[in-house]
Write a protein that binds this ligand. Structure first.
Ligand code: PLP
Length: 426
């Protein structure tokens, strides 16, 4: 976030001087200090209160005052702050049981890591070992993480931002089209047929088909209702597993625990992070079906991290899930989501630059357009990695000046408030 006030305070100056900013030229790294939070609001050092309609990176789904989670973290830090993953702890066991309960189908066993990126890397390894194949098929409008393989599996502009000499792509990552009816020449059914054809032509070498059930940072793309089960069938027909990246959509965003449930799919592997702890602790998970787990009974699962199943993070996970349940936050996402939908739809009708609303529950986006009729985008996808200010940046800055923060990306205003949001705030 660019500095809000013309003068940087001491902390902002220190941060600017000694911290390397993410995804940016360092000259553009100019962060505003946050000193406090209040429900869905952030408070800056000069006392400005900002209504957070982004949930940051779509991750602070519980808002900023989930005391139960904070208490669980504090208690765990005082009893067993850490043991390596070879030991058992109550929070990890309870969280794994809970995940088996709330994930769809026969998803049963969980492998832990600390970021969505790692959760996807783990999924690749598991899919490869389980199928005996090596390629991963993903889609162009996607983001799956920042490390070599997960970024190579992403279609996001950041994948190509530094060129092949500095950022070579990992071999075996192939990409198909998206169900993006608004801006693609293929309709969703054609995009599925295309993926089917790709899998056929790859000659049985694809281990996993990896998708965000409802695309997030690459434009909030909502597939038709029957898309995901069909994609799963196509993957299985070609001997590949379906990996649903629910890092952003998991934990109630769409009004269901997982978007896969919303679309009646039972993925073979689900990856999650962000909402898993409401971001009170960094934690990610890769949950696999009973059948896949069984395969590893006598096959080496050659993966591990020092912080895998970190007790404090797992304690936050258990408390976060209890908070979603007790406070009815998933139902809230569904209900307020309907209200938000009607509000955003009215913008499409009223504003010539708002081309389309997409999304479900509290996972919504507005695609802006230069020309409603011709659907001409304001910015090319590549603009996202340039340092020039785009129209979308200006829209975001305008909103911020009016006290509301939301994330903008690739022609889309992403509207993803915390699940605690009220109708009044919308
Ligand atoms: N997958 C999706 C769908 C995401 O949106 C993200 C992050 O935004 C990731 C994976 C990567 O997660 P992390 O940033 O925790 O590594």
């Amino acid at each position: 976030m660019a500095s809000q006030s013309p003068e940087r305070n001491e902390i902002e100056q220190l941060d600017r001087k000694y911290t390397l900013g993410t995804w940016t030229r360092q000259q553009d790294f100019d962060p505003t200090q946050i000193v406090d939070t209040d429900g869905p609001r952030l408070v800056t050092a000069d006392g400005t209160s900002i209504l957070d309609f982004s949930s940051q990176y779509v991750c602070t789904s519980l808002g900023y005052d989930a005391d139960r989670v904070a208490d669980a973290v504090a208690e765990q830090v005082r009893s067993v702050p850490y043991v390596s993953p070879g030991w058992s702890t109550e929070p990890r066991a309870r969280l794994s049981e809970k995940l088996a309960e709330i994930t769809p189908g026969s998803l049963q066993k969980t492998f832990y890591s600390t970021s969505g990126t790692e959760a996807n890397e783990v999924a690749f390894k598991i899919a490869r070992a389980y199928t005996g194949k090596h390629k991963i098929l993903s889609r162009y409008r996607s983001y799956h993480g920042a490390t070599a393989a997960s970024l190579s599996a992403s279609g996001d502009p950041r994948r190509v931002a530094q060129g092949p000499e500095i950022q070579p792509e990992v071999p075996g990552m192939i990409k198909g089209p998206d169900p993006y009816a608004y801006g693609s020449s293929l309709d969703p059914a054609e995009s599925l047929a295309y993926i089917d054809e790709m899998l056929k032509l790859e000659g049985g070498t694809v281990a996993g088909v990896l998708v965000e059930p409802l695309v997030g940072s690459n434009g909030v793309l909502t597939p038709p209702d029957d898309y995901l089960p069909q994609l799963q069938q196509i993957a299985h027909d070609h001997g590949a597993v379906l990996i649903c990246d629910e890092v952003m959509t998991g934990f109630g965003r769409t009004g269901e625990w997982f978007a896969s449930t919303l679309y009646d799919a039972e993925p073979d592997i689900i990856t999650m992070a962000k909402g898993l702890t409401g971001s009170y602790q960094p934690l990610a998970a890769t949950t696999v079906t009973e059948e896949i787990a069984e395969y590893f009974e006598d096959t080496l699962l050659n993966q591990g991290h020092t912080f895998a199943g970190h007790p404090t993070a797992c304690a936050a996970g258990v408390a976060a899930i209890e908070t979603y349940e007790r406070e009815g936050l998933i139902e809230n996402a569904r209900e307020i989501g309907q209200y938000l939908t009607s509000k955003l739809e009215s913008l499409v009708e009223r504003h010539p630059s708002v081309g389309e609303r997409r999304g479900i529950g509290l996972h919504q986006g507005l695609e802006l357009t230069r020309s409603e009729k011709e659907r001409v985008p304001f910015e090319a996808r590549a603009d996202k990695v340039s340092s020039s200010t785009t129209v979308l940046d200006e829209v975001g800055a305008d909103a911020l000046a009016n006290g509301v923060y939301f994330y903008t990306s690739v022609n889309t205003i992403v509207v993803t408030p915390p699940l605690t949001i009220t109708e009044q705030a919308v």
